[in-house]
Design a protein around this ligand. Sequence first.
Ligand code: SF4
Length: 302
Amino acid sequence: MRVLPTFGRHLRRRFGFRVCKIPLAIPAFTCPNIDGKYGRGGCAYCVNESFSPNFVKSADSAAIDRQISALQTQYRSNAKALRVLGYRGFLAYFQSFSNTYAPIERLRALHNCALRQKDCVGISVGTRADCIDGKMLDYLSELRARSYLWIEIGAQSSHNQTLDAINRRETFETVAETIVKLKEREINVCAHLIFGLPNETDEMIMQTIDRVAALNIDAIKIHPLYIVKNSAIAKINPEPPSIERYLDLLIEAIRRLPKNIIYQRVSAGVDNETLIAPIWCKNKNGAMNLIRSRLSQEGLVY
Ligand code: SF4
């Protein structure tokens, strides 16, 4: 049996105790594919609570104070619950929207606030590749030098026709260039991919796996396409992958990826009434059990 390097195992080895991620949503953050800089409406599968941009570009201290205060509240309410589960450390995961799409001084204040929290052992920042320019790279290098840092880049597919179809407003070339620059600065990179996007064949998905692996990424997050109410893709209503197809794709991907790639996630669940399809994503634990069981049949321990 081959034990896969999951993120949980990686963090336990790195820190010597159980570490989890606490997802954070910073009020007033947005995304350039929502506020009109690159596009409006967002990616076809994305549902944000508000599509009306309330992003304030000026780094006035009152706005920063409000964001820090909101961050502390989110952090503490999650931290208590996770300590009960036996986690002794947390990564502050800046998850919602594009978390490098803000003035650097605002980000620095928020990151410093996170790092000051009890048991916070590092930071993970989810963002778009086109929100990381030269100055942001310099800032992230500085942050990496003083903290345990991950940057999570939404790639989704390496096929530009697919990225166009889902209104991603970004090319794979931009994603690849940004990942290369982050890796040149020895910053940990996790790439996000979606399996089963409209009109993608299994061969196209494996091309994406090979292209992303060639970028020397450290970790990967994979999940099936799922469709939720009020998303643009719900109007097209493509057929998401069946559990059987998804498992076949996942196993093939794991066999192709370098053995040292860390798996941050291999599924997704939407445990509420907003999920339209696939129904097998409704039960997160059930889906994970199916995935674990099938991987085990293939000699892989997740
Ligand atoms: S880049 Fe992320 S936050 Fe922005 S629209 Fe796409 S999925 Fe939503």
